[in-house]
Design a protein around this ligand. Structure first.
Ligand code: EPU
Length: 421
């Protein structure tokens, strides 16, 4: 039984460095399946369990994985690969689903259990299925498995009903070795998609348009034989979490190794709450101006305010000087953590996809449970700001996606300890 024990009320000050982006690294690891030669991925957040799970998934398929140094992962996909990802690992992490596209290109088939991951909505897979089917794959869903048979796929024009990150990624990777051109419209525009485009193009793919809502993939017969060495972007969600941590603790914090434009939506919202956000080339300084002002937040696909920071932002607004409304248009059930904030004295009412937050003067520490990864981060922030002690259970969620969170927070002044029974 692991838990975090936080003594609230300390201002966060100083400087903290961001780790590599979880949601980019996991997809690049999956993408290595398509390579003809070993790939070196740098700036990998080694200590998060999602990376360990993805290593397990890839090893189970036959990819050789080793650490070249503490943050550089070498993936060697040469030799025969399987097509059935290990069920128990897939159940733990939704990103396992992203091996489907690369496996289709490499072995023409993939079998995967309905993926698990954070319970933040229904999370259907219809857009993946429609897109892969349009490329000529045959998708069967039976006994909890998704079986996809490919062969040589063909290009297609695909319009996504919603700019799903995962569907965009699976369709893009399946289209790389397809015959002809694939166009994905209403594609996701997240920075992670740009990372994948860059990574695949280094392997010899011909993809354009990442970062816009229209991706164009010209199918190639085969990829090149170059070994690649790729450093992944900073984790914009971790960066945003620290930025909000500075604001909620009345702090003055510099986050380094940042791509500021990736967190523009967060900077804009924090400024609306009264905090000062100073942007440098690759760092950001957030200086709190005391009690936050209320503001409304609408969560949308990138470049909108990210759903992964909806719960930390809600935590901040619980102590604002007035009423705020936060609406999540990406996931329909991402407010389960609100019950935990209520235990800490917050005044929040959830109505469908929105939370109405009446700011109070201060939270009070309590015993709470993280229902999912980002909700866990939100409760940590609430605990840092609260009066008294907060004990947070459900560490397995936090450990999935935040590297050395309590150590990093301690280095900038938090009183936070992990207790293990
Ligand atoms: N959706 C469908 N049908 C589909 C696919 C998605 O209706 O076939 C819906 C989802 O149910 C959801 C919306 O589309 O309501 C967005 O889902 P999307 O596919 O974009 O999300 P994802 O690929 O499953 C990734 C991140 C999430 C992040 C979202 C949105 C990874 C491994 N996960 O999920 O990150 O919240 O994009 O930005 O990249 C996290 O890191 O904690 C996390 C949950």
């Amino acid at each position: 039984m692991e838990r975090l024990v936080i003594q609230g009320g300390r201002r966060l000050t100083g400087s903290v460095r961001s780790s590599g982006a979880k949601n980019a690294v996991l997809k690049l690891m999956a993408a290595s399946i398509l390579a003809n030669r070993p790939c070196l991925i740098r700036n990998v957040p080694r200590k998060i369990t999602d990376v360990e799970v993805m290593i397990g998934v890839l090893q189970g398929l036959g990819v050789k994985v080793s650490w070249e140094d503490p943050t550089s992962l070498r993936l060697d996909p040469r030799g025969d690969l399987g097509f059935h990802a290990q069920d128990e690992l897939v159940r733990e992490m939704r990103a396992s689903f992203q091996v489907i596209g690369p496996l289709l290109g490499r072995v023409g088939r993939s079998r995967i259990y309905q993926p698990g991951g954070c319970v933040i909505g229904q999370r259907p897979i219809d857009l993946h299925v429609k897109g892969l089917s349009a490329l000529g794959a045959v998708v069967n869903e039976e006994h909890g498995y998704i079986d996809v048979h490919g062969g040589r796929l063909h290009g297609a024009e695909i319009h996504l009903d919603f700019p799903s990150v995962g569907a965009t990624e699976n369709i893009m990777s399946a289209a790389i070795l397809a015959e002809g051109t694939t166009v994905i419209r209403n594609a996701a525009k997240e920075p992670e998609i740009i990372e994948e485009q860059n990574f695949y193009n280094r392997l010899g793919a011909r993809i354009r348009g990442a970062g816009t809502d229209c991706l164009r993939i010209d199918g190639v017969q085969e990829l090149n034989n170059r070994e690649i060495d790729y450093a992944v972007i900073p984790d914009r969600i971790e960066v945003g979490t620290f930025m909000i941590a500075a604001a909620i603790t009345g702090g003055d914090l510099t986050v380094t190794d940042v791509i500021p434009e990736h967190v523009e939506a967060v900077s804009a919202k924090l400024r609306e709450t009264g905090a000062e956000v100073r942007v440098d080339e690759d760092s950001l300084r957030v200086v709190s101006a005391g009690r936050p002002k209320p503001t409304d937040v609408t969560v949308l696909p990138y470049p909108g305010f990210p759903s992964d920071l909806q719960s930390p932002m809600t935590a901040l607004l619980t102590v604002a000087d007035g009423t705020s409304i936060v609406t999540d248009h990406v996931f329909e059930a991402r407010f389960r953590y609100v019950d935990e904030l209520l235990r800490m004295g917050a005044n929040v009412r959830v109505e469908g996809r929105s939370a109405v937050i009446k700011g109070i003067a201060g939270l009070s520490g309590a015993e709470v449970v993280a229902p999912d990864l980002r909700a866990g981060a939100s409760l940590v922030l609430a605990g840092l700001a609260a009066e008294g002690q907060t004990v947070l259970h459900g560490m397995k969620h936090l450990d999935r996606g935040y590297e050395r969170l309590e150590e990093k927070l301690r280095e900038i002044g938090a009183d936070i300890e992990r207790h293990i029974d």
